[in-house]
Write a protein that binds this ligand. Structure first.
Ligand code: ADP
Ligand code: MG
Length: 631
């Protein structure tokens, strides 16, 4: 029998390798941008069509390539960046595996035009499925232009599995941001379907962040800047109050490379501990420099994961640096984005007294008891409604004799009266509450409703006590009604008295375009002004949200979460996020009628017991269980 082992043809080997390096259009953008940076370009233009499915073009003014280099660049393991194995340990360029262009050429139709400064003519190459199909001399400006057309044209399975245009475009924008955030001295532009998304001019780090994320970031960021002999950490963290609901703006760069490093990410979150709630994530743009021999980048084909030899030390250093910056942030003036921090002193208004920052001291704080803070907090939180109640009761007994606090006490008292109307009446007539309840419930299935800790609704039912989580219940009700609305033809909408213009980030603008029709069905009237500005002309008929901008931002955040975490389809994801954003929250006081209508509406739902994230909405404490407690 003859031998059966054969070497794979190059085109097949390249296609296999491409599977590792090129997962989606954004991977192509990343590789091409990195090559342009390595070629010392000072200006880079990215042109995208159909979220990268039909065209990804990168134009740079870098060093260009000779005719031979241009041909060679598409060979596997062809690189100008390392010559010997030892070079691997002192890499300062972005690429070095020599795989990217070979991989891209295996799964797309590629055209390249390149000229070095000193050459009179440049080279034009066409490659399809790893084969050069055409080569000519051509006139060209200095630098390289690479066009990648019809990505995955010969790998239908891959093409089919690409996500929606907005998701793919979001990935592209993310890669673009990552690379432009580190190379702030390089000018970049990004176009999608001929519309400009970013046009970034050379500037300092903060200017680049602001150019990418908007002027409001000027006040949102706190500088971080610490260095020792071996490590330096620079960059910015977002003030806690601007934390996001999704892990959007978290950028961590090691030696100029965007890196995913969960361990060090944890150091950052740790520094924010006690400043952020569990559902929010800090914004950060941090740039770490370590000696090249301390990193091993080679462990991941797309080079976004690394090993750091000194990671423990860096963890502690990073955490301390951020804590220090956060600690300072109350007294550090906000730096204007184009003033030089080195020569700038804060301007205190002459006519206003200067308030020195007052430290907050908790005398019972024990640093050796790690959870003492939480306990302290949760205790006071859970007792608050009780104190409120006692206070209002005291005020009531004081009567009208205390004129100083009249308005306040009356106000809060009124609320308590409304809330505890049954109880207050009964305390006056000295009839114990429980008696009446038992009597009523035993004669019919209609119960008194009580709100507990502004969070749960407790109602008396035949078999015992029904306990409902108010927020989860309302989310379920809204979710089902939004879904219904989206599937109906007619939408009811109220016109905005003062239409708002909202500016979105390019990623979010893609999402708005994607969900515009469904939003329209819900009653939102949104018109596109340009690629990132939208006019809100109408909202659902019964929606009374004041902060419409916050609502829509929250909606986009949750929509992203719903799509990424749970793979929900578009409508479900939208209904879910709108429900989360518009539902009443835990902690909100409700009137009896509100509670009653919440209960009625909940039981009109198709799934009244299950919350939209799969948890329980209600629980019943049966009379049997109650009896057992008193045995
Ligand atoms: P790597 O970047 O790992 O070396 P690539 O396949 O990305 O591998 O690129 C192969 C080679 O092609 C590079 O080493 C470089 O010499 C050359 N090259 C690629 N893109 C450019 C560009 N935009 N300008 C100049 N040279 C380039
Ligand atoms: Mg490369």
């Amino acid at each position: 029998m003859s031998d059966i082992i054969k070497l794979l043809p190059d085109s097949v080997a390249n296609q296999i390798a491409a599977g590792e390096v090129i997962q989606r259009p954004a991977s192509v953008v990343k590789e091409l941008l990195e090559n342009s940076i390595d070629a010392n370009a000072s200006s880079i233009k990215v042109i995208i069509k159909d979220s990268g499915k039909s065209l990804i073009q990168v134009v740079d003014n870098g060093i260009g390539m000779s005719e031979t280099d241009a041909r060679m660049s598409f060979e596997r393991h062809a690189t100008s960046k390392i010559k010997k194995a030892e070079d691997l340990f002192s890499i300062s360029s972005m690429g070095f595996r020599g795989e990217a262009l070979a991989s891209i050429a295996a799964i797309a139709q590629v055209e390249m035009k390149s000229r070095r400064e000193d050459d009179e003519l440049g080279t034009f190459l066409k490659i399809e499925g790893s084969t050069i199909t055409s080569q000519e001399e051509c006139s060209a400006s200095t630098g390289t232009t690479i066009s990648v057309k019809n990505l995955f044209y010969n790998v239908p399975a891959r093409r089919k599995f690409l996500k929606s245009p907005s998701v793919e475009m979001r990935h592209i924008i993310e890669e673009f941001q990552r690379i432009s955030l580190v190379n702030n001295r390089v000018s970049f532009s990004l176009f999608h379907n001929k519309k400009p998304i970013y046009q970034l001019i050379s500037g300092n780090q903060k200017q680049r962040i602001i150019a990418l994320y908007g002027k409001s970031y000027n006040e949102r960021l706190i500088p971080v800047d610490q260095s020792t002999e071996r490590v330096s950490i620079k960059g910015f963290v977002g003030k806690p109050e601007y934390a996001k609901k999704t892990r959007g703006e978290q950028f961590f760069f090691v030696n100029g490379r965007y890196i995913k490093y969960p361990y060090l990410h944890n150091a950052i979150e740790n520094a924010f501990q006690e400043l952020l709630s569990e559902e929010s994530f800090p914004t950060y743009f941090l740039y770490i420099e370590v000696p090249p021999e301390d990193i091993d980048i080679n462990i991941h084909p797309t080079k976004t994961e690394i090993n750091l030899t000194e990671s423990k030390m860096i963890y502690a250093f990073l955490r301390a640096a951020i804590k220090q910056s956060l600690g300072k942030h109350n007294i550090t003036p906000t730096l204007d984005f184009d003033t030089d921090p080195g020569f700038n002193f804060p301007n205190f208004p002459k006519d206003k007294p200067i308030n020195p920052p007052m430290p907050k001291v908790n005398p019972s704080f024990n640093p050796f008891e790690s959870s003492s803070f939480e306990k302290e907090n949760s205790k006071s939180e859970s007792l608050k409604p009780m104190y409120d109640f006692i206070e209002s009761f005291d005020n009531k007994t004081k009567g009208e004799s205390d004129p100083i606090d009249e308005t306040n006490t009356e106000d809060s008292f009124q609320k308590e009266v409304e809330l505890f109307s049954d109880n207050t009446n009964k305390t006056e007539t000295f009839i114990p509450v429980s008696f009446q309840n038992i009597e009523e419930s035993s004669c019919e299935n209609k119960g008194k409703i009580l709100q507990v800790q502004n969070r749960y609704i407790v109602s008396n039912i035949k078999s015992g006590l029904l306990i409902i989580d108010q927020q989860k219940a309302h989310e379920r009700i809204l979710y089902e009604s939004y879904l219904e609305q989206m599937n109906s033809i007619q939408s009811e909408s109220q016109q905005e008295l003062f239409p708002h213009t909202i500016r979105f980030s390019p990623q979010d603008a893609e999402i708005i375009r994607e969900i515009k029709d469904d939003l329209h069905h819900l009653g939102f009237v949104i018109n596109e002004i340009d690629s990132v500005n939208f006019m809100i002309n109408g909202r659902p008929a019964n929606m009374q949200e004041n902060d419409l901008e916050g609502l829509i931002e929250g909606l986009i955040d949750n929509y992203k979460k719903g799509q990424e975490d749970l793979c929900l389809n578009k409508k479900l994801s939208l209904a879910r996020s709108l429900a989360i954003n518009t539902a009443i929250k835990s902690g909100m006081r409700l009137h009896e009628e509100q509670m009653q209508s919440l209960i009625d509406n909940l039981f009109a739902c198709s799934m009244p017991e299950v919350s939209i994230d799969g948890k329980s909405i209600l629980s019943i404490l049966s009379t049997n269980e109650l009896e057992l407690r008193f045995k």
